[in-house]
Design a protein around this ligand. Structure first.
Ligand code: 6PG
Length: 265
């Protein structure tokens, strides 16, 4: 694993421009993965920010419905709420309504976290699905081609919330995480699995993220309080796609429209 982390970021003027950039980014990475390996395994986060990107990917007026290699894509989830798949809070339901119902991807290509089950059962079932799908042996970890993350105003990503047990889970692929500050349980990929992905990018929008983004990506290490600092891809490279409001406290980008930060271990 790389000792230093290179964080490359771009800043778009508003959430709509950010969503379009994210769609192009996913298309580019998916084409690269299929070119290199004949398929693309994508793990997506939920929440509100990705919804605009999913809608663009599904929009027939945009090039993505025809250009994305849908038949070679396998879709996974980074985390899920402990609710049924038709519940308003379900990441699966959001993804189905914004994307899956509108693109040529078959149900068997989609690996849903079963939020309707007991949390520990749901986590174990998903871990079993990953082990079977990726044909893992022993302590092997699944290697997603693309893994998307959002960041909450509290600095969480996936369902790795501040001061919760899952921050310390390194032996499992999937954890049931009790989140007392939300009085709920979540199902989440563990951070070693996230870091094993080939391409990890954050999609962050909104002024309510600006201060925390500065702390997470430029401040002192404090992973208990800022779990997004656990994200340190094995490649040594992390991409942030942000809008202007969320990036307000980061250094401005260069003439090429890109910003760069370095973090030492
Ligand atoms: O299940 C979830 O909610 C997500 O996986 C979560 O980690 C999300 O990415 C952040 O909370 C940011 O959410 P927004 O995009 O809504 O700000």
């Amino acid at each position: 694993m790389s000792s230093n982390l290179r964080i490359n970021y771009t800043i778009d003027p508003d959430p709509a421009a950010l969503a379009l950039r994210a769609a192009h980014h996913m298309l580019e990475l998916a084409e690269e993965a299929v070119e290199a390996r004949g398929r693309c395994r994508i793990a997506i986060s939920g929440g509100s920010t990705p919804k605009a990107t999913f809608r663009i990917l599904a929009d027939p007026a945009q090039p993505f419905v025809s250009r994305m290699p849908w038949s070679q894509i396998e879709l996974f989830f980074v985390d899920e709420r402990t609710v049924p798949p038709d519940h308003p809070d379900s990441n699966y339901r959001m993804t189905k309504e914004a994307l899956l119902d509108h693109v040529p991807i078959r149900p068997e290509q989609v690996h849903r976290m079963q939020g309707e089950l007991e949390p520990e059962v749901a986590a174990a079932e998903y871990e079993f699905d990953l082990r079977r799908t990726f044909r893992l042996e022993g302590a092997e970890s699944p290697r997603f081609d693309i893994l998307t993350l959002g960041m909450g105003p509290d600095g969480h990503c996936a369902s790795l919330f501040p001061h919760t047990e899952a921050l310390h889970e390194i032996g499992r692929l999937v954890a049931a995480n009790h989140v007392p500050q939300m009085n709920t349980w979540r199902i989440t990929l563990t951070w070693p699995v996230i870091n094993h992905a080939r391409e990890v990018f954050f999609l962050i929008a909104g002024a309510d993220k600006a201060d925390r983004a500065k702390q997470v990506f430029t401040g002192p290490k404090d992973v208990e309080t800022l779990p997004s600092q656990l994200i340190w891809p094995a490649s040594g490279i992390l991409t942030l796609l942000m809008d202007k409001a969320a990036a307000a406290e980061l250094p401005p980008t260069g003439a090429d429209g890109k910003g760069h930060l370095e973090r030492a271990r």
